[in-house]
Design a protein around this ligand. Structure first.
Ligand code: GUN
Length: 291
């Protein structure tokens, strides 16, 4: 069994990006600038955005965190997005999700200039991705592809089962794994809350990508021998013995599933750090496209 070490690979990617930034600086060019908008005080979202800002510093990017209150109106957020669209110094920006309920997420994502949409959530970019056109691929799916690529995990002709059909992970992943090329050329099954007999489906999978958000959902008896397991779950589970009062728990019963798997991502240290590295990569691409 091989651990797909997202922490190590994401560090390699950040070092590669840092080298590119150093070259830009040496040539007197502007360095990439990422902005992240966060609305409200959700602890997990604040942690994620904090990590994104720290990652920018680490590779030499400029970063701006825009904090808006929980009571922000849709109009106020749309105005802020327009300001970021117009600001020539900002190469790319993201709106951290989820948004408070008074705000229509779809409307907000459609307001982002597609050329600055480094999350790849705008319908124009999502459509381009589905049509194999060059675009920003959403960071978490992009990170999973990169991890499979760097470990040389075979996907061609394999049966990939995806658990969860979110717009951020499951849906784009189902498109990407079925695309022509590598990683891709998989036969894809997309499962979700209405799927019947999920164990029957997962136990036939060569590759399982779980993005459900239910701790320890995927058990050893749901997995065949030598399957490749990608765990996208990052749920905070209360734990009195941990300094923070919670532990981050994946969708996969790692202890037992890892005994059967050929490759598996740990949580934490698997897909999570890859997401941040690929957001940086998209921001670098955004800067290069603006030159
Ligand atoms: N919330 C959970 N994952 C993501 C992500 O990849 N991007 C943004 N903007 N919000 C998220």
């Amino acid at each position: 069994m091989t651990i797909l070490d997202g922490k190590k690979v994401s560090n390699d990617i950040k070092n590669e990006i840092k080298q590119q930034v150093d070259k830009m600086i040496a040539k007197g060019e502007k360095v990439p600038h990422l902005a992240a908008v966060i609305v409200g005080n959700d602890g997990a979202s604040l942690t994620y955005v904090g990590s994104k800002v720290r990652a920018c510093e680490r590779v030499g990017f400029e970063s701006t965190m825009v904090r808006m209150s929980n009571t922000t109106s849709e109009i106020e957020l749309l105005d802020k997005i327009e300001e970021l669209n117009q600001n020539d110094d900002i190469d790319g920006f993201i709106i951290q999700l989820p948004l408070p309920r008074q705000i229509n997420t779809q409307k907000v994502l459609m307001a982002v200039d597609p050329s600055k949409d480094v999350d790849g959530f705008h319908p124009e970019n999502f459509g381009k991705m589905a049509l194999d056109m060059s675009t920003f691929i959403p960071a978490t799916p992009f990170g999973i592809l990169e991890l499979l690529d760097r470990y040389g995990v075979e996907t061609d002709g394999k049966h990939t089962v995806i658990i969860g059909r979110s717009h951020i992970v499951g849906r784009p992943m189902s498109i990407l794994m079925g695309r022509k090329g590598f990683p891709g050329n998989s036969t894809v099954t997309l499962t979700h809350s209405h799927t019947k007999n999920i164990t029957q489906i997962t136990s036939q999978a060569d590759i399982i990508i779980s993005a459900l958000g239910v701790p320890n959902f995927l058990k050893a008896e749901m997995v065949k021998d030598d399957a490749v397991i990608i765990d996208v779950g990052i749920t905070r589970v209360e734990d009195e013995n941990s300094p923070k009062g919670y532990v981050i728990t994946g969708d996969v019963d790692f202890e037992n599933v890892s005994k059967k798997a050929s490759y598996i991502t740990p949580v934490p240290g698997g897909v999570g750090p890859m997401t941040i590295a690929m957001l940086l990569k998209n921001t670098l691409l955004a800067r290069e496209q603006r030159m």
